[in-house]
Design a protein around this ligand. Structure first.
Ligand code: SF4
Length: 777
């Protein structure tokens, strides 16, 4: 039977801690008293086979970081609506009655932000009805939790309802690590990875390195948790966290709110970290209580007092790292000395201290006028964020000021929205002229229909409290410069309407000519009484599987299509491939599979494939989205790929560093595969995307010598040497590519590296991970 209810107020905890306790006892049996970080303890307590993973090829488990292949059994999977479509289409082809672990679906990415919450939500539901119907029908059939449109953004809903210290979750979204703010290891993955976990297969991860971030001191006026991660992004760069978990520790941790810790973890994705995590603190317990999970705090207390937890109460049971745990690298941040930052434009790691921003903006000729300030998103929509903003809005209202820029506010969930409404914060926002958008991603993911007349191609600056600022990400306009800051800084600067205003030092003129200076923002960590559940129709639909439920896909749909399995790898080396395009510069998952208007085709592989690499820069001509057929005719990149697919011409892409940076978007792997890509050859890969390619049967190779990038060109004929043997040997062996220049007949070998494990070799040979998994079920 189905019923709508709010989990946060109605559900008691699953009995997972006993299982974790037993697993952790196994880990300790193998590793003895070796000191571990919190992330390691949680990960290892989710190993499919503790002995095998911790002892194989390692020095008795002492040096497994960066080496051992962990086979993990996560506790649950969370999916957002855009990526859930393909994940569910893949899960359906396995013919199971129910997932092996609990799962949830969150309708958040498809709602366009434009006029305001009520209108936008209604329009979004109408426009996307067939997708939401499909997702709900699949949720009913397989017994997954379904959060309808308007319920909230996945990471906020997960933090409020499912995150729990010590758990391990997968999320089909790159900002899933948000839940690390509540001591949960949560990793962003593609849909194919999620399907593996849903069918009960172990999920593989190379044991991550651990970057320790030691926090001391206490945040000062105007400084927010967001500034911790903005500063870290500046230090680590968009690649600095690759292959690592960022683990926070130190006395400064105890001064942060749970949602503030989640903000830091959320944006760990911007430095490429596998995930981020904070230890359990009093603030975590307070957050559990205010979100209706007092039982969870009791369970944690019970775990700490469990017989066998040891007289010294092993730090695991307090969800802390061991004293003296080893980190691969430690970064120290004194919160007392931290200054607010503004990061951007176009990359989240260009960090400028607020005090210097005015000069840098003038020097770089960034627009002085601020066209809009946007706060909220999964990164910064907490009660604390909003009440700190409220304190600024009240000051400004008392001085007779209104924001000089458009000012948009997105609550992260219905629970947040309803609580802010109850406590009067929404009224303050709306009477200041703030436009309340629906509880959804909206402008954060290109779903922003601007009403201010700023058209595509117009250079303009916006300031947001979001997490990501790639070109075109918010409004589809590559000339919109998105600068990232804390909600407080965004709000104050929206009142000035200027990118050169520093609220810590500068004044504004009130209508009656007085000078007005903002006092530092003040807010509440959480509501003084527990959160409101909100509108009942926006609660979760939670039910047992109903095998009789029909999956809603119309055969004439242009948005949803059943999946055809990809063909298996040939019984030979790959030969006769051609380089479709050689790409230069950043090539993110947004570049490979754009979001915004394309999100609506996420469940229809042929249709969404017409956007493949459509913002990539051709290294040989400098053009965007241009590729040349062998007869010299010019096409867009997806057009040429489609032409080659029709001719049976398989291909590869050549690109530079951190290929596939950004999100967990598996379409960035599925689309090239569908169009005939066999190999992606680059200087380096982003982790999630590299894994996604392997799952879809595309071979990711990196240049052993980066200079070889210059020797290979579009149209070159490519054959692999050693690839087939390597795959048959379970990932062991060297792979070269043989390049032939058609015009001259010149041939040469390029050495490459790969990171293909035994299981992944099996995926590639079978044609895709799913082909292999469905064979074994
Ligand atoms: Fe949604 Fe933006 Fe958060 Fe992604 S980063 S989940 S698009 S709000």
């Amino acid at each position: 039977t189905s019923s709508r209810r709010h989990l946060s107020t109605a559900q008691s905890l699953p009995p997972t801690y006993e299982k974790l306790f037993n697993k952790y006892t196994d880990v300790r049996r193998v590793l003895g008293k070796q000191r571990l970080t919190l992330a390691e303890k949680i990960l290892y307590s989710h190993l499919d086979n503790v002995e095998e993973s911790l002892l194989t090829d390692t020095d008795n488990g002492r040096s497994i970081r960066g080496k051992a292949n962990l086979r993990l059994k996560p506790d649950r999977v969370n999916m957002q609506d855009a990526s859930a479509q393909m994940a569910l289409l893949q899960f359906m082809s396995c013919n199971l009655e129910r997932p092996a672990i609990p799962a949830s679906i969150h309708c958040d990415h498809l709602i366009v932000g434009s006029k305001g919450a009520a209108d936008d939500l209604e329009a979004g539901i109408q426009t996307n009805k067939e997708v939401f119907d499909f997702l709900e029908s699949a949720a009913r059939k397989y017994g997954m939790d379904f959060w309808p449109p308007g319920a909230g953004i996945i990471h906020q809903t997960v933090l409020e309802n499912y995150a729990l210290p010590g758990l391990m979750m997968l999320g089909t979204d790159s900002h899933s690590p948000n839940a690390g703010g509540l001591s949960t290891v949560t990793i962003g993955v593609g849909g194919a990875d999620a399907v593996e976990a849903l069918v009960g297969a172990p999920w593989e991860l190379t044991a991550p390195k651990i970057i320790g971030v030691e926090l001391t001191g206490k945040l000062g006026d105007w400084v927010a948790p967001k500034d911790v991660i903005l500063r870290l992004a500046g230090e680590l760069s968009v690649r600095g966290g690759t292959g690592s978990i960022i683990e926070y520790f130190g006395s400064g941790v105890d001064t942060l709110s749970c949602t503030g810790m989640a903000t830091c973890c959320n944006m760990g994705a911007e430095v490429g970290a596998t995930t981020s995590i904070f230890p359990y603190t009093d603030a975590s317990a307070r957050y559990l209580a205010s979100t209706g999970r007092t039982q969870a705090t009791r369970n944690i207390d019970a775990l700490q007092n469990f017989p066998g937890a040891g007289a010294d109460r092993d730090a695991y049971f307090r969800f802390q790292a061991d004293e003296g745990a080893q980190y691969d690298h430690v970064i120290q941040i004194d919160l007392s000395k931290l200054e607010p930052r503004i990061n951007g434009p176009f990359t989240p790691d260009f960090a400028t201290p607020l005090s210097k921003f005015k000069d840098v903006a003038r020097e770089k000729q960034w627009p002085e006028a601020l066209s809009a300030g946007l706060i909220g998103s999964c990164t910064n929509s907490s009660y604390e964020d909003m009440t700190r903003v409220e304190s600024l809005l009240k000051q400004a209202a008392d001085a007779g000021l209104k924001p000089a820029s458009d000012f948009y506010v997105t609550p992260g969930s219905e629970q947040i929205r309803a609580t802010l409404e109850r406590d009067g914060t929404l009224e303050t926002i709306e009477s200041a002229g703030g436009i309340l958008l629906s509880n959804a991603c909206g402008p954060c993911i290109g779903q922003w229909k601007r009403q201010d007349g700023v058209t595509k191609g117009t250079k303009n600056a916006i300031l947001t409290s979001y997490n990501r600022n790639f070109a075109g990400r918010n409004d589809g306009n590559p000339e919109t410069m998105n600068f990232l800051a804390s909600p407080e800084v965004v709000t104050a600067m929206a009142f000035a309407g200027s990118t050169t205003f520093n609220p810590m030092t500068d004044t504004l003129k009130t209508p009656d000519g007085r000078d007005f200076k903002f006092a530092p923002p003040r807010g509440l960590e959480g509501p003084q009484t527990p959160f409101e559940a909100g509108e009942p129709s926006l609660g979760v639909l939670s039910q047992e599987p109903d095998p009789s439920a029909q999956i809603a896909i119309s055969p004439t749909s242009d948005r949803l299509a059943f999946l055809e399995p990809f063909p298996a790898f040939p019984d030979s080396e790959l030969s006769g491939l051609r380089v479709l395009v050689k790409v230069t510069g950043k090539c993110t998952t947004d570049t490979i599979s754009a979001a915004g208007p394309w999100l609506k085709y996420k469940g229809h592989l042929p249709n969404i494939s017409t956007n493949t690499l459509n913002t990539a820069i051709n290294a040989e001509t400098g053009e965007v989205n241009a590729a040349y057929d062998l007869d010299g005719t010019k096409h867009t990149i997806p057009e040429l790929a489609q032409r080659w697919k029709e001719r049976g011409q398989e291909w590869l892409v050549v690109a530079e560093h951190n290929y596939g940076e950004g999100s967990a978007r598996e379409h960035a792997a599925l689309q090239p595969r569908y169009l005939g890509a066999r190999v992606i050859l680059v200087k380096s890969f982003a982790r999630i995307h590299q894994t996604n390619l392997k799952k879809q049967g595309v071979v990711p190779l990196t240049f052993a010598n980066e200079a070889d990038y210059d020797r290979i060109a579009a149209g070159d004929i490519v054959a692999t040497v050693g690839l087939y043997d390597m795959l048959r040997n379970g990932g062991q062996g060297d792979v070269h590519v043989k390049v032939t220049k058609e015009a001259t007949g010149e041939e040469f070998l390029i050495p490459t590296n790969h990171a293909i494990s035994k299981d992944q070799a099996g995926f590639i040979l079978a044609g895709s991970a799913l082909n292999l998994l469905s064979k074994g079920l």
